[in-house]
Structures are given as structure tokens and as C-alpha cells.
Ligand binder design. Sequence first.
Ligand SMILES: *Cc1c(COP(=O)(O)O)cnc(C)c1O
Length: 219
Amino acid sequence: MDLKENYTAIKNQLPSGVQLVAVSKTHPVEAVQEVYDLGQKVFGENKVQELMEKYPLLPKDIEWHLIGHLQTNKVKYIAPFIDTIQSVDSEKLLAEISKEAGKNSRTIKVLLQVKIAAEESKFGLEIDEAKLLFQKYIDGGFPNIEITGLMGMATFTEDEEQVRGEFSVLKGLFDELTQLKTLETLSMGMSDDFPAAIECGANSVRVGSAIFGRRDYSK
Ligand SMILES: *Cc1c(COP(=O)(O)O)cnc(C)c1O
């Protein structure tokens, strides 16, 4: 696995202004360090425990993003250092993040995760729930967080038209909400569909296997 070759190839496909979140889940700290040494500063992990294991072993200027489902009772572990939580899917979680951020005298950036896929996925807000939550945020309900954008995952399918349709729905919501309060980040697109996501308006992509190689879950 040539990390440099992979990383460079991905970077070369991203228009300027599109952020790359390198998804390092299941891959060892040595691989993260190697990609960091190539200039990457933003990394994503989907599990609190794995992030807590890696965090102390890696450079402190890494901007960590949590991209997987987060239980409220685990927020306290990452609140001291997490840059962005991309996977906020309930009001309860948003309130807990605000509370723990306050305890650490900091502001944590979050993205609202919105359900756009047709497949029965467990996590993500419905469009209407996301709108309500954003309004509560604007009204001052969560003082120690900053909602900086939206995150979504398209259906896992070969049908590119369907994937683009789903991305476009999230872009529509992004445009609507940003009228109320400016949003910066539209996070959509992974290794297999990031070019389509960018064409549909994504300005942040979460790429794992195309950089680090296949994940081996058997270990
Ligand atoms: C694992 C993961 C990714 C990266 O997936 P790849 O297909 O390996 O690029 C992106 N987003 C989320 C939420 C993930 O869990």
C-alpha cells in the first residue's frame, strides 16, 4: 500500500476549497503519522475508543473529526480536544456536547447528520428535525457549540443518479439553512462517491479506503 501515491492522487482530484478529512479508522497510528507527514492535518475516526487510543500517540495539531455515531455518555472523553463532531443526530446529543464543551471552556464545532439515503439507516436526523434543531440553536439553545454545517451519506448503490439525487437534497437543505445563519461545511462523499458529491456541492469529503487501503475488520 503506497500511502503517498494514494494520498497524492486524492489531493489532485480535489478542487481548491474542498476540505479532505482523511478517515483513518481501523488503520494504525503509523499510517496516520505517515499521511500527516505528507501534509494532512484533518483526520476522521468513527469510534471514541479508537480515537482515545490514537490521540495521545499522534501530533497535537491534528484536527480530529468524529464521524461515527456518538453516545451521549462518551462525549466527555473527547470534549477536551475534538475539533468537529460530524455525526450529531439528536437534540440530546447536541445538549450534551454543549455542556461538556462548556466544562472545558471551549466551543466545539458540530455538523448535523441528516438522513438522505433511501436504505434503512439507523442514524441521522430527518430533514424537518434538522430544521427544528437548527432553529433552536439560532435561538441560543446550545451556547458552547457552533453548528458549522451538515453531513450526509448517500445510499450504497451503483445507481449514480440516485446518489446524486440524495446529495442534492442535502445541498438544498444547506442552502435553506444558510439563509438563517451562515453555514461553512457541507460534508458528503466518501472514497466511492466523492467526485459526484463535489459536483453536487460538497466542500468537505471523508475519504478512508482510497487513501489507507481496505479496512480489515477481522483483526
Ligand atoms: C468509514 C467512513 C467514511 C470513509 O469511507 P471510505 O469508503 O473508506 O472512504 C466516511 N464517512 C463515514 C461516516 C464513515 O464511517
